[in-house]
Design a protein around this ligand. Structure first.
Ligand SMILES: [Zn+2]
Length: 383
């Protein structure tokens, strides 16, 4: 890849290339835009272009420096990411290695979301500031890439601010954030922004086709994408299939009032270190519910999961439209609970109750009907 080959972000890539061509690269650049629009990829392409040893404004993608950037091993590249508490109090070398490992996960897309990632510590920001003041080891510049920049500890962010106020000639800071409004205003105001937009379905379809996805998988990717190429790729690669299967088990077990399955599923989801799996689970729940709604309204062509038609058709006689709507509200509420770090057992409890009520058929399963949603809990305590 190189800047010119980035998809659907012409405005940002043109601006970056104009800086590189003119040789007037800002000392502080803020790359912002919604999740999955290519912020991290752009940060790395820009870094390659800044450190590439071949002539030309853009990265050549082949020289030793470009390869070192790709593997995050370039001596003039410093990555900063939030590290979890236990990994913060280590020797500087160990921290640097950890940073690279976590940054690789962010850049490859296997780790997402700044909201649950913790702080970028004050000490790590001080270390970065110190390193950025040194002369470059190999290139004409030093580049600092700060991912999830909104997670910078305010005290540490102040020490970055000091270096941004009087930047050494060779230093370029690239901040990446999906929530730039959470950055200190004083830092924001010193950065030149590259703003990425949500990708159109056409951009995403073209990119997936160029990457060799089979037509059916590409179609699924485009439907799942919501402007995010990363999400489209995940769907296209089938890495969402495991979570889709889990959502289906959840919905089916709930409608069958199999409460034992609830605890198994919650234990499985809650056991994971970060919350992104539960986030994805809820996102997929909402898409399944949306599909049920669309099927009831005979809008098959708009569904997200045309390959799951059989499963959805099985649910239709069991779940009423009002239940589907109520469950959708419960998913939104669950997303809110999750953001407030509430126990996964409770996050999903109301959604489960809502789905298990089976008010379409009435009878024994209908006791949920008429109850306020927040009073409902699965049989037994899940707190
Ligand atoms: Zn190169």
């Amino acid at each position: 890849m190189s800047l010119v080959r980035m998809v659907g972000q012409d405005h940002a890539t043109r601006m970056a290339l104009s800086w590189l061509k003119s040789g007037r690269v800002p000392h502080a650049i803020l790359i912002c835009g919604p999740e999955g629009t290519g912020k991290r990829a752009l940060a790395m392409e820009l870094t390659s272009a800044l450190l590439c040893t071949e002539p030309g404004a853009d990265a050549c993608d082949e020289c030793a420096a470009c390869r070192q950037v790709k593997s995050l091993s370039h001596p003039d590249l410093h990555c900063l990411v939030p590290l979890s508490g236990g990994r913060q109090n280590q020797e500087e070398e160990a921290v640097e290695a950890d940073m690279r490992a976590v940054a690789r996960e962010y850049i490859s897309g296997s780790r997402t979301g700044a909201s649950t990632a913790g702080n970028i510590s004050r000490e790590h920001l001080r270390q970065l500031r110190r390193r950025m003041a040194y002369a470059p080891a190999q290139s004409s510049r030093r580049v600092a890439v700060i991912l999830c920049a909104e997670n910078m500890h305010p005290a540490g962010a102040n020490s970055v601010l000091k270096i941004l106020e009087e930047p050494p000639d060779q230093a370029v800071f690239v901040l990446v954030s999906a929530a730039p409004e959470q950055l200190l205003a004083t830092i924001r105001s010193r950065c030149q922004r590259l703003v990425l937009r949500r990708l159109s379905s056409r951009d995403i379809a073209a990119q997936l086709a160029a990457e060799g996805f089979a037509a059916e998988r590409a179609q699924l990717g485009v439907r799942m994408a919501e402007g995010s190429l990363e999400r489209a790729r995940q769907a296209g690669l089938g890495s969402l299939d495991e979570t889709r299967a889990r959502v289906e088990r959840f919905m089916q077990a709930a409608t069958e009032q199999d409460d034992a399955a609830y605890f198994t599923l919650v234990a499985d989801l809650g056991a994971r270190e970060n919350r992104s799996e539960l986030e994805l689970f809820l996102k997929l729940c909402s898409l399944y519910l949306r599909d049920l709604f669309l099927l009831e309204h005979r809008c098959e062509e708009l569904t997200s999961f045309p390959d799951k038609d059989h499963f959805l058709q099985q649910l239709r006689p069991v779940l009423s439209l009002s239940q589907v709507e109520a469950a959708t509200t419960e998913v939104d509420r669950a997303v809110d609970y999750l953001a407030r770090n509430i126990n996964p057992g409770l996050v999903l409890a109301d959604l489960w109750q809502c789905l298990r009520a089976s008010d379409r058929r009435g009878g024994a399963g209908s006791r949920y009907r008429g109850q306020p949603l927040s009073d409902a809990r699965p049989a037994g305590s899940v707190a």
